[in-house]
Design a protein around this ligand. Structure first.
Ligand SMILES: C[S@@+](CC[C@H](N)C(=O)[O-])C[C@H]1O[C@@H](n2cnc3c(N)ncnc32)[C@H](O)[C@@H]1O
Length: 221
C-alpha cells in the first residue's frame, strides 16, 4: 500500500525504526562492522553505503547468480565486502579506487574479512583501467559509486560489457538533489539515467539519494 504522502516522497522511517529493521534483517558480522567503521578510523570521508543498501546489493547479486562483478569506487571496501559475500567460490569482484590511501585501507579490510582471494582492488582512475578490464568480461553486474560526473561514461562501458540479464546499479542517482540542475555533472547523470532507460529494464529506487537498478536487455532480442 502507498498513500499520497509516500508517493510524493514522504518517509515514515525514524532512526529507531531504521535501527530495528537493520538489527532484525541483517545484523552485521565482525568483518562488516570493521569495514563500516574503517573510514572513521582512518580519517577518510564517511561516504560508504548504508547497511541496508549493502545488503540489497548482496541480495541482487545472489538473485542473479552473479560470478563476475565490477565496482567503481571502493573507499574502504564496505560495499565490496557485501558483494564479495554474494559470490560463489570461483566468483570475482574487481573494484576500482583512484585514491591510493583508500585502496590501502580497503586491501587490509577485505583481507582481514577473508575475501582477499575473491576481490581485486585496482588502484587507478576508472577511466584509465576500464578499457583493459573489458578483457575479463562479460560481467554479471557493475556497481557505480565514484565520481558522479562520469556516470554517463561508466554506464556506457557497462552496457558494452554486461551480459544480457546483467545488472547495472548506480548510487547517488539523485545527485544529492542536484539531478535537474544545469551543470555538466547533472547532465552526465541524466545521460546515465537515459542510458539505462534505453538499454535496460530499469528503475530508480527512492532511497535517500536514489539507487538506479537496471537489467541489461539482450541487444539481439
Ligand atoms: C562514495 S565512495 C565509495 C564507497 C564504497 N562504494 C562503499 O560503499 O563502501 C567513492 C570512492 O570513489 C573514489 N573515486 C573517485 N573518483 C574515482 C575515479 N575516477 N576512479 C576510481 N575511483 C574514484 C573515491 O576516492 C572514493 O573512495
Amino acid at each position: 500500500m502507498a498513500d499520497p504522502g509516500s508517493r510524493a516522497g514522504e518517509r515514515y522511517a525514524t532512526p529507531q525504526i531504521l535501527d530495528y529493521a537493520a538489527r532484525t534483517h541483517h545484523p552485521e558480522d565482525a568483518g562488516l562492522s570493521r569495514a563500516f567503521d574503517a573510514p572513521a578510523r582512518h580519517g577518510m570521508p564517511e561516504i560508504q553505503l548504508g547497511p541496508a543498501e549493502g545488503r540489497f546489493l548482496e541480495i541482487l547479486l545472489r538473485l542473479t547468480h552473479a560470478t563476475k562483478v565490477v565496482e567503481i569506487g571502493t573507499l574502504a571496501g564496505y560495499s565490496a565486502l557485501w558483494m564479495a559475500r554474494a559470490l560463489p567460490p570461483r566468483g570475482h569482484l574487481w573494484t576500482i579506487e583512484s585514491d591510493p590511501g583508500h585502496a590501502e585501507v580497503a586491501a587490509e579490510v577485505v583481507g582481514e574479512a577473508g575475501f582477499g582471494d575473491r576481490v581485486t582492488i585496482i588502484r587507478d582512475k576508472a577511466s584509465e583501467v576500464l578499457p583493459e578490464l573489458s578483457d575479463s568480461g562479460p560481467f554479471c553486474a557493475v556497481f557505480l559509486d565514484a565520481d558522479k560526473g562520469s556516470y554517463d561514461l561508466y554506464g556506457r562501458w557497462a552496457t558494452d560489457n554486461l551480459r544480457p540479464g546483467g545488472l547495472l546499479i548506480g548510487d547517488n542517482a539523485y545527485l544529492f538533489g542536484r539531478l535537474l540542475d544545469d551543470t555538466d555533472e547533472a547532465k552526465a547523470m541524466r545521460r546515465f539515467h537515459e542510458e539505462m532507460s534505453s538499454n535496460y529494464r530499469s528503475v530508480c529506487l527512492p532511497t535517500p539519494d536514489g539507487l538506479a537498478v537496471g537489467v541489461r536487455l539482450d541487444p539481439k532480442a
